[in-house]
Structure formats: structure tokens, C-alpha cells
Design a protein. Structure first.
Length: 212
């Protein structure tokens, strides 16, 4: 049995990355060899990281009691880390919003981006990846054409996720589906979206076959 964590990072019912999430889930739902868990970042209690985290870490080190805000943050962080650690495959369905990932997805990444958990520092100061046994699928939607050479540097969603997940954590990105240009070319939107969703279904079918 393989554990698959699906991180849903859009709460817009008509959002394209929401449709990508729906298409993926519909395709894998009957696979008896996958234990599928969903982490809906808009449903979870996810306080932003700030002073409370560093205060809590100091108190934990000194074996002091945490206040309510610190405990809430540490509980949320631990829940995300537990879900992340338990997964063999992690699927992210996320949009590009204002050139970046949604703030709540950033918070999820902040929770798991932790020395000693997803990476560590070697004695010489270099970084070692600690999640090389895990696999990732990225499902990304963006209304503009950010694959164009003049625009690719502006995308800080897909690029960010690849750099963190693959570069820092060392996880293997086994598939990527990007739907783009549906807002820039409204006359082509229906075709672009449906072709993209079929690519999502094919990605899910390949995962089904791998864990048949």
C-alpha cells in the first residue's frame, strides 16, 4: 500500500487548478493499492510563521510551557510535517496567483521547510537533502503564457516549487502538468483547459498503473 498525499491549494470552485485536483482525484479514487489523503490548505488551521515559532522553539529547548498561540502554531506545523513524512507520493495542485503561490501554500512549505526534517547542514556548511525517497507530482495552472522565454522568469510558483521540492528537499518530481494561457487566449480557453485536464488524467492513470 502506497501513501499518497494530495495538497489542494485552491478554494475557488471554478479555479483551473481546482479542476486539475478534481480530475486527478476522480481518476485515482478506485485504486485499492493507494491510501489517498488530502491536505486542503484552505480548510486547515494554518497560522503564519512569525515570532511565535521562534519563541516556541526557544521555550521547547528550555522545557518551558508554550502559550496558546505558540501551541496552536506548533500543532499546525507538526500536522503538516506528519502528513508530509507519511507520504510516498505527494501531489500539489496549485495556481499562480500574482506571480507566486497562494500564501497558504507558502505557509505549508514553511511548516515542512525545516533543518533536520527536509534537509540538514553538513559539517562543512553544505546542505544535504533528506527526502530523496519521496516522489512528487506538480499540477499547476496559470492564466498567462509563462513558458514563453520573455515571461518564464516571472513565474514564481512552478519554479519555486521545483527549486524547493527538488532542489532543497531532494524529492523526485515524476510528473508535471501545467495548464496555461486560458486567460490570455480566451477564444482558446476551452480547448486549453480540456487538453490540460486530459493530461492530468493521464498522469493519474500512470500512477494507477505504477501502483496497480
Amino acid at each position: 500500500m502506497k501513501n499518497v498525499l494530495v495538497v489542494k491549494a485552491n478554494n475557488r470552485p471554478d479555479g483551473i487548478s481546482t479542476k486539475m485536483y478534481d480530475a486527478f482525484m476522480e481518476t485515482v479514487k478506485d485504486n485499492k493499492n493507494m491510501n489517498i489523503n488530502v491536505y486542503d490548505i484552505f480548510e486547515e488551521d494554518m497560522p503564519y510563521i512569525g515570532h511565535e515559532l521562534f519563541s516556541a522553539l526557544g521555550k521547547i529547548q528550555n522545557e518551558e510551557a508554550l502559550d496558546a498561540d505558540e501551541q496552536r502554531l506548533m500543532d499546525a506545523k507538526q500536522k503538516a510535517m506528519d502528513a508530509f513524512e507519511a507520504a510516498d507520493v505527494i501531489v500539489f495542485a496549485f495556481p499562480l496567483w500574482n506571480l507566486a503561490i497562494p500564501a497558504r501554500l507558502q505557509t505549508f512549505i514553511d511548516y515542512v521547510y525545516s533543518a533536520g526534517f527536509t534537509f540538514k547542514y553538513n559539517a562543512d556548511g553544505s546542505m544535504a537533502q533528506l527526502m530523496t525517497d519521496k516522489k512528487v507530482i506538480l499540477l499547476n495552472a496559470r492564466g498567462g503564457m509563462y513558458s514563453a522565454p520573455e515571461m518564464e522568469g516571472m513565474d514564481m510558483s512552478h519554479n519555486y516549487m521545483k527549486n524547493v521540492i527538488g532542489g532543497v528537499f531532494g524529492m523526485e518530481i515524476i510528473d508535471e502538468v501545467i495548464i496555461e494561457g486560458h486567460n490570455a487566449m480566451p477564444q482558446e480557453a476551452a480547448r486549453i483547459i480540456e487538453e490540460g485536464l486530459e493530461s492530468v488524467r493521464e498522469c493519474a492513470r500512470e500512477l494507477n498503473a505504477q501502483f496497480a
